[in-house]
Structure formats: structure tokens, C-alpha cells
Design a protein around this ligand. Structure first.
Ligand code: PGA
Length: 253
């Protein structure tokens, strides 16, 4: 059984006071017995403060990125060990904004994935095709390439421990209001699982959780989560509104 993972990626949207209020509100609005794991992903700058709010609660804490070196002269960067120290358990790697706005390469993302999982963080490795790639009929090729390149040298042990999550986020659906249909999401997730099965083993592929992300709202969460290969959601805009995000979590049961 793959426990559903619902994550709220706050991106660079909230100041400190709003971040703390949102975290407080979510602790109250999301039931403790919720079957899904719930993850809040504030900006680096507010991780420490939010960590204090969610400590000992049923909510988990994630970071939006990580650097692959452990320590040293890397101005502006943050290591996996530093995140761990703050109580962070999960980290996004290769979010489409990092790939396309910050131009992170597959080679860099692979190093980040290895560094994060070496410190026992759960890596949420994001993949997805752009509109241009989709229109050119290249979706399968792009996803396969991102999976292969990202997972190089990742040990099976890391995956067996549940430290790898894949997030399928079609870039054309992020922040656009154009959600993939549940059928499209299921078809693509099944494709991703089949590729994971070839790259890894069928057993490992069956255990890996695959989240969907891209304009998820309370109105479409339940139908996406009803699909057998949709193991959770990565939510951007709708995770900034406590009632909306709590309703999305509720859709997971
Ligand atoms: P969105 O963002 O829900 O605002 O489309 C999703 C994401 O970028 O993870």
C-alpha cells in the first residue's frame, strides 16, 4: 500500500507572518487521523520558524531545493545536513521552475538527489514536459530521459526505504489553471511506473509513490486521487489557502 502524500509548495509567495499563520491554521483544519501524509514546503528562510509550529504535530516539513555539497565555500547554498538539522524530512528536486527558470541540468539534479537521499531526506523528484514538448509529441521521450538521468547511481536501498517520490508535473499545467484530466494523469503515471520498472525493478517501481501536480484544487483533487497510480498531489497556488488545502487533504481520505 502506497500511503498518499499531499504536499503544499508555498514557493516564494508568503512572508513570515503569513507562513506561520497558515501553518497554525492547517494544524487545526487537517484532522490528525488523516490517512494521507501531509507536507508543508515553505521558503528556506521560514523553515526554522515553521518547524517550531509543526514540531510534534501531524504535519511534515519539506524544503524547495537543496545543494549537493555537504559543506564549504558555496555562497547562497544550503546542504541536506542543514535541512535535516531544522527538522526537514522531504525536499523537492528539479521542480520545473528550477529546471526552466533557474536552468538546472539533469546532471546537477542527479547530484542533488544523491546528496539528499544520502542524508536520509525523502527526495521528491519532479519531472514533466513543457507545452512545446507535448505539442511536438515528445512527452514520453522527455519523461523517460528525466527519469533515467535523474536516478543514475541511486541505490535500491534508498528506494526500499521510501526515500524516493516522483512528482509528475506537466509544465503546461503549473499555475495555468489547466489541470491534466484524471485519465491523462493515470495514463502518464502508469507510463512512468513502467519506465521505473525497467530502470529499477518491478518491485521497486510498485513501491514508489508518484504524485501529480499542476493546478490541483479542491474541485479536482478527489478525481485525480481516485486513479490507481496517483499516489498524492503536489499543490502550489491552492496550498496557500488553508481551507482549500485542507479540503484537498480530505479528498485523500
Ligand atoms: P500549481 O503549482 O498548483 O500552482 O499549479 C504546482 C507546483 O508548481 O508544484
Amino acid at each position: 500500500m502506497r500511503a498518499k502524500l499531499i504536499a503544499g509548495n508555498w514557493k516564494m509567495n508568503l512572508g513570515k507572518a503569513d507562513s506561520l499563520t497558515l501553518a497554525h491554521d492547517l494544524i487545526h483544519k487537517i484532522p490528525k487521523h488523516s490517512k494521507a501524509q501531509v507536507l508543508l514546503i515553505p521558503t528556506f528562510l521560514h523553515l526554522d520558524a515553521v518547524a517550531h509550529v509543526v514540531a510534534k504535530s501531524h504535519l511534515l516539513l519539506g524544503a524547495q531545493d537543496v545543494y549537493f555539497e555537504k559543506t564549504g565555500a558555496f555562497t547562497g547554498e544550503i546542504s541536506a545536513g542543514m535541512l535535516l538539522e531544522l527538522g526537514v524530512s522531504h525536499v523537492l528536486i528539479g521542480h520545473s521552475e528550477r529546471r526552466h527558470v533557474l536552468h538546472e541540468t539533469d546532471a546537477v539534479l542527479n547530484k542533488k538527489l544523491l546528496a539528499a537521499t544520502a542524508e536520509k531526506l525523502v527526495a521528491i523528484y519532479c519531472i514533466g514536459e513543457t507545452l512545446q514538448e507535448r505539442d511536438a509529441g515528445k512527452t514520453a521521450e522527455v519523461l523517460q530521459h528525466q527519469l533515467k538521468a535523474g536516478l543514475v547511481h541511486l541505490s535500491h536501498d534508498v528506494i526500499e526505504k521510501g526515500h524516493l517520490v516522483i512528482a509528475y508535473e506537466p509544465v503546461w499545467a503549473i499555475g495555468t489553471g489547466h489541470t491534466a484530466t484524471p485519465e491523462h494523469a493515470q495514463e502518464t503515471h502508469a507510463f512512468i511506473r513502467a519506465r521505473l520498472s525497467e530502470i529499477l525493478t518491478p518491485e521497486l517501481a510498485a513501491a514508489i509513490r508518484i504524485q501529480y501536480g499542476g493546478s490541483v484544487k479542491k474541485s479536482n483533487a478527489a478525481e485525480l486521487l481516485a486513479k490507481p497510480d496517483v499516489d498524492g498531489l503536489l499543490v502550489g497556488g491552492a496550498s496557500l489557502i488553508a481551507d482549500e488545502f485542507a479540503a484537498i487533504v480530505q479528498a485523500a481520505g
